[in-house]
Design a protein around this ligand. Structure first.
Ligand SMILES: Nc1nc2c(ncn2[C@@H]2O[C@H](COP(=O)(O)OP(=O)(O)OP(=O)(O)O)[C@@H](O)[C@H]2O)c(=O)[nH]1
Ligand SMILES: [Mg+2]
Length: 331
């Protein structure tokens, strides 16, 4: 299941208590202070990983708790640190404080490791509390409680190119033909129900880029028609857009215009991204009847025509587009 929003509670471990004790030796009624410190509580750590694509695994549990540190003990024995809890999230996950809406962290790259809730400090034992003025402290400290937070997680996938088009335009077919992704393809609208990502290799070069295929958009999507605009957030962070229109549409240019307007109703910024217009399914039209609008790129993903050039064009466009400035945008 593709889950791109969830709410969870995390609780880091409490610190262990410091110990209050005195050395006991023969003939010495009260020896030196010897109570050890408590151990620190375990942290809650988030790690971004390319191995997970959705928030499904995270949302499986409502709350996460790290172990507490153990208490200090006599003979200056320190308590052990509580184990950390590490939670894997997909790249593109935004972690927000549920109550304040503040962004705690936005995971833009792989292997980012962030402490989201700090374990509590262990309390000092009476041995650590010794000062010149107070050589025999008569108490030890309690451990501090671990941080507890309610979090809202939002996934906005990270990709270089976002595919935009009517249902059935051939978006998933293109992704499947130029990457190793296996999105579902069928001749009915709204086959794609959630975003698919694919890594596209650029010809025989060593470079590649990430392409995001999202569900089709129809007129009125911003009002919730079709699958609506729920998935547009997944192309907010792309550098460029590929607007795809089937050669079997009556007026491809009008369709493209309408698609861009639909994007604009969602976000001006999204609509203003650099775009490549692609005429798809060119094999469905007789050669002499095929009209390719000015500046458009024709392809037939099924006949593997124009797709290789398309990859180079997209790469060029990506390389010549600045990285989006604020990659964590309005939510
Ligand atoms: N003849 C021909 N058919 C194509 C081509 N590209 C896609 N199709 C067909 O068009 C239909 C829709 O293709 P999809 O790739 O699922 O379309 P989509 O844009 O992903 O559709 P949604 O997921 O519903 O938004 C399928 O039956 C494909 O086989 C093409 O280049 N030529
Ligand atoms: Mg599709």
């Amino acid at each position: 299941m593709f889950i791109d929003e969830t709410t969870i509670t995390v609780k880091a471990g409490d610190g262990g208590n410091g110990c209050y004790s005195y050395q006991r030796e023969k003939y010495i009624p009260k020896g030196k202070p010897s109570g050890g410190n408590g151990g620190r509580g375990g942290n809650i750590i988030f790690v971004s990983s390319a191995q997970v694509q959705t928030l499904q695994d995270v949302s499986y549990r409502r709350s996460y708790e790290a172990d507490r540190g153990t208490h200090g003990s006599s003979s200056n024995m320190y308590g052990h640190k509580g184990d950390d809890v590490s939670i894997r999230v997909p790249i593109g996950t935004i972690v927000k404080d549920f109550d304040t809406d503040e962004i705690i962290h936005d995971f833009l790259e792989e292997f980012e490791e962030v402490v989201i809730a700090q374990g509590g400090r262990g309390g000092r034992g009476n041995q650590a509390l010794v000062t010149r003025n107070n050589p025999c402290p008569d108490s030890a400290e309690m451990g501090k409680p671990g941080e507890e937070r309610k979090l809202r997680l939002i996934l906005k996938v990270m990709a270089d190119v976002g595919l935009v088009g009517h249902p059935n335009a051939g978006k998933s077919t293109l992704l499947a033909s130029i990457s190793r992704a296996h999105p579902k393809i069928a001749d009915y609208p709204f086959t794609t129900m959630h975003p698919n990502l694919g890594i596209v290799k650029v010809g025989e070069t060593l470079s590649s880029f990430v392409m995001a295929d999202i569900p089709g958009i129809i007129e009125g999507a911003h009002e919730g028609k079709g699958l609506g605009i729920r998935f547009l957030k997944h192309i907010e962070r792309t550098r460029v857009l590929a607007i795809m229109v089937g050669a079997d549409e009556e007026n491809p240019e009008a369709v493209a215009k309408e698609l861009v307007e639909e994007l604009r109703l969602y976000s001006e910024e999204l609509a203003e991204k650099p775009k490549l217009f692609i005429l798809t399914k060119t094999d469905t039209v007789l050669e002499e009847e095929l009209v390719v609008p000015d500046g458009w790129h024709p392809i037939s993903a099924v006949a593997q025509q124009g797709t290789r050039d398309l990859v180079f064009k997209l790469k060029w466009l990506i390389d010549n587009t600045k990285e989006p400035e604020h990659r964590s945008i309005i939510i």
